[in-house]
Design a protein around this ligand. Structure first.
Ligand SMILES: [Zn+2]
Length: 419
């Protein structure tokens, strides 16, 4: 079967079918507030996986599962010695998750395949749609587990040993739902990788733009900070004789934000978790523990933020005599995407007549690990009010279709028409 250049230019996905699939999948684990709760490797995750796999088989795809439960759904090309052009995301959700996070990327990939089927288009290279195990990291830590094992970021044994709050391990959960596959993770070539996702932030909507051409993912540094002073009675202890841990901690918290502001436009600084001891109205706080989350577009910039926070900690410790301990929790390198893939996404949006702008991802995605193995890129679409990881997460059907059309075009360009 041949398709001419003109056919390709007019080729579009079926937005209604994609939307219907999103709604059908969201019915599995649907919450009363309109969201989805489908935790990784749960019985509901099994049901969601089974549904997507069934759709894939109906679309003529062959399905393989690896030992961490990543699922690859393959549409053969003319030359199957070529590595596949892959797209994918995840279908696990947060406990109070939405219908689009992850699910959109997987089902948009399936819609690309269905569209190629509709038009009898054969590609030169094979095409694969993947869903990766436990992207959310809500039931099992770490996040992006399946793609992380696949990319060799950590070992299969490390992932297997992770346990949920009830003491069930990842390995046990994989066996229980029937998704402990045979394939060795990573033993699966990728020619190039594209992932389409809701932005999960407010930038595109604020700019009134349909397509975010994602240039990379912010580097992340997490720390736990403990400031230790001395608790004492709030009345009898004069100001000059106090060792108030909270007053010192708040100066450092301000620096977390100030440093991010100094290193814009992509600098981020967040203190999201604070514990005050003993947390009593009339006791001077003796100890404060808080989280530090620093992000920026390059490792050099985020490390600059880290250095500034540490420098202030040292000064405060010297000035006040209070102990300040900052311990690293985790660190993710900034991940710039492949210049060729970024350009392909930009050109596709342009050719389709969609407004577009450069974007940067502040959240983690499976594409980060895929980018370690192959040229990779991402496509963002706006989500309502920039809200995600929330049951009210929503997206405009027109944007959902636009993102899938961009995905179709870049995948077709990469895979090539059968010669
Ligand atoms: Zn996601």
């Amino acid at each position: 079967m041949t398709a001419t250049a003109l056919d390709i230019d007019t080729l579009r996905t079926n937005g209604q079918r994609l939307w219907q699939s999103l709604m059908d999948l969201a019915a599995i684990g649907a919450t009363p507030k309109g969201g989805v709760c489908r935790l990784a490797l749960s019985e509901l995750d099994r049901q969601g996986r089974d549904r997507v796999v069934q759709w894939a088989r109906e679309a003529g795809l062959t399905v393989t599962v690896d030992r961490i439960g990543n699922v690859f759904m393959r549409r053969a090309g003319r030359n199957n010695a070529l590595p596949p052009v892959m797209t994918g995301s995840h279908i696990d959700t947060q406990p109070t998750g939405g219908k689009f996070d992850g699910n959109y990327g997987v089902l948009a990939g399936l819609e690309v395949v269905r569209t190629l089927n509709d038009h009898g288009i054969q590609t030169e290279a094979p095409i694969e749609v993947a869903f990766w195990t436990n992207e959310e990291g809500s039931r099992f830590v770490p996040v992006m587990m399946g793609s992380g094992v696949f990319a060799g970021a950590f070992s299969l044994e490390h992932a297997y040993a992770a346990k949920d709050a009830e003491g069930i391990s990842v390995r046990e959960a994989l066996e229980a739902i029937g998704y402990l596959g045979d394939e060795v993770p990573g033993a699966h070539p990728i020619g190039s990788y594209f992932e389409v996702h809701i932005e999960q932030g407010p930038v595109l909507e604020d700019a009134g733009v349909t397509i975010g051409v994602v240039e990379g993912v912010l580097g992340i540094r997490w720390f736990d900070c403990t400031v230790t002073g001395m608790e004492a009675h709030a009345g009898p202890t004069p100001m000059g004789l106090r060792r108030d841990a909270l007053q010192v901690a708040t100066q450092l918290m301000q620096e977390v934000v100030a440093s991010a502001l100094r290193h814009g436009p992509h600098g981020r600084g967040t203190v999201g978790m604070v514990r005050v001891h003993p947390n009593s109205r009339n006791v001077i706080p003796g100890q404060v523990q808080f989280s530090i989350d620093l992000r920026n577009a390059s490792d050099a910039l985020v490390d600059q933020q880290v250095a500034e926070v540490f420098a202030l900690a040292e000064r405060l410790q010297a000035q006040t005599g209070l102990s300040i301990r900052i311990e690293p929790v985790s660190s993710y390198a900034a991940q710039p995407f492949d210049a060729g893939c970024i350009d392909a996404v930009r050109r596709a949006a342009q050719a389709l007549g969609h407004s577009h702008m450069p974007a940067i991802s502040g959240a983690g995605h499976d594409a980060i690990y895929a980018a370690r193995l192959a040229p990779a890129g991402m496509v963002f679409i706006p989500c309502k009010d920039g809200i995600s990881h929330n049951e009210i997460e929503d997206a405009d059907p027109a944007h959902v279709t636009a993102g899938a059309d961009v995905l179709l075009r870049v995948m077709l360009e990469r895979a090539g028409l059968a010669r």
